[in-house]
Structures are given as C-alpha cells and as structure tokens.
Ligand binder design. Structure first.
Ligand SMILES: [Zn+2]
Length: 205
C-alpha cells in the first residue's frame, strides 16, 4: 500500500496541496487563505513593476517547496497565480524573460527555476520567452544587502546583440523581491538596449 501511494505521489503530485503537502487536490482552503497581497495594483498602474504577495506564510512555503524541495506542482501553482494576475492586465508584452539564476543553484537543482516559471506563464499567455541574462557566479540570497547590490552590478547579458529586441516590451519574472537590486539591474540593462521592461515578482520581503 505504501509503495502504491509512493507511485501515486510520483505520477499525481497534484493530489497534494503544494503548500502544506497534505492530501488535497490542489491548493487547500487553509493555505489559500494565508496568501497576503503585497501590491493591489496592476502592472499598467506601476512605472517599473509589481510584486504579488508578501513573502510570508503560504507564499514563502510555496517558493521553498518549489526551489528547495523541487516540488514542481508548487512551481506550477506559482505560474498559475502569476498568469491569473497578468491576465487581468491591459498591458501587452512582446516577450517574457526571467532573472538570472546562480551557477550553484542551477547545478544544485538541475534546472533553471526562473526559466521554468517564465515558460509556464508564456505558454498560458501565448507570449514567447527569451533568456536574456547570464547565470551569476554568486547566489543573491546568501549575500548581505551591500553585497547583493555589488553582485547585481555584475549581471550580464547572454549576448550583446540585442537589436532584434529594441523597442520591444518585455516582462521580467522573478520569484522573490528582496532588496530590488536584481530587478533594478536587469531592467537597467534592458533599458540600455532599448527594451521597454517591467517586472513582476511572486513575493516581496
Ligand atoms: Zn495546504
């Protein structure tokens, strides 16, 4: 019976709530009630971007389940919630991109969590996804505020040949807004190459 349920878990991860991981088809009512909005605005009302939830309770656990425990149904739910938020937008984007992961995170996880989220959203909204940024040497989350700023300055483009994207509207997706140094650096690089960028993050500390 135990073996059977393990097989079921492997094939049907949706049968667990992606936050508390108890048996439930999708997000359970208790966890659903502990997502707290960070910003009620829509993207078009903001100059640079918005964050959806406060980085606490369900939002915080969901991100951790996705990135640390590699529970893809948690990433899928993040993608769904971001898509729902973006669907209410009047603003249209030509492309979606994602904040760079660190080389150590890519090695540890074996996948790019930002790219996965961006692809989920892009697929649902029919917007092509473009990788713009080179994976960083250091992981932002282990750094102090000042170091984060310094590290973010090192964010580089995968290619300097960006003429095809000039004048395009691009949405930058990131999981957590901590000090804002990553999204600020990414948007500045996009602007430098004539790309009109705005960000959306799942949560904000
Ligand atoms: Zn739950």
């Amino acid at each position: 019976m135990k073996a059977l349920s393990r097989i079921a878990d492997f094939f049907y991860p949706r049968l667990r709530c992606p936050v508390c991981l108890t048996f439930h088809e999708g997000l359970c009512i208790t966890c659903r009630a502990s997502f707290f909005s960070y910003d009620q605005r829509i993207l078009s009302e903001s100059e640079s971007g918005i964050s959806m939830y406060r980085h606490q309770e369900s939002a915080k656990i969901l991100i951790s389940n996705y990135k640390k425990k590699m529970i893809f149904s948690a990433g899928d739910l993040m993608g769904t919630l971001l898509t729902e938020k973006l669907s209410a937008e009047e603003e249209r984007f030509d492309f979606i991109t994602f904040a760079p992961s660190s080389k150590s995170s890519l090695k540890k996880l074996g996948f790019d969590h930002g790219a996965y989220l961006a692809k989920r959203i892009g697929h649902r909204l029919h917007i092509p996804v473009r990788a713009l940024f080179r994976p960083s040497d250091k992981e932002q989350k282990v750094l102090e505020r000042d170091e984060r700023c310094e590290n973010a300055k090192k964010i580089a483009l995968l290619s300097e040949h960006m003429d095809a994207l000039k004048g395009k509207r691009m949405l930058l997706v990131d999981d957590v807004y901590t000090t804002g140094s990553t999204v600020t650096a990414c948007l500045a690089l996009m602007k430098k190459h004539g790309i009109e960028g705005k960000y959306i993050t799942f949560s904000r500390i």
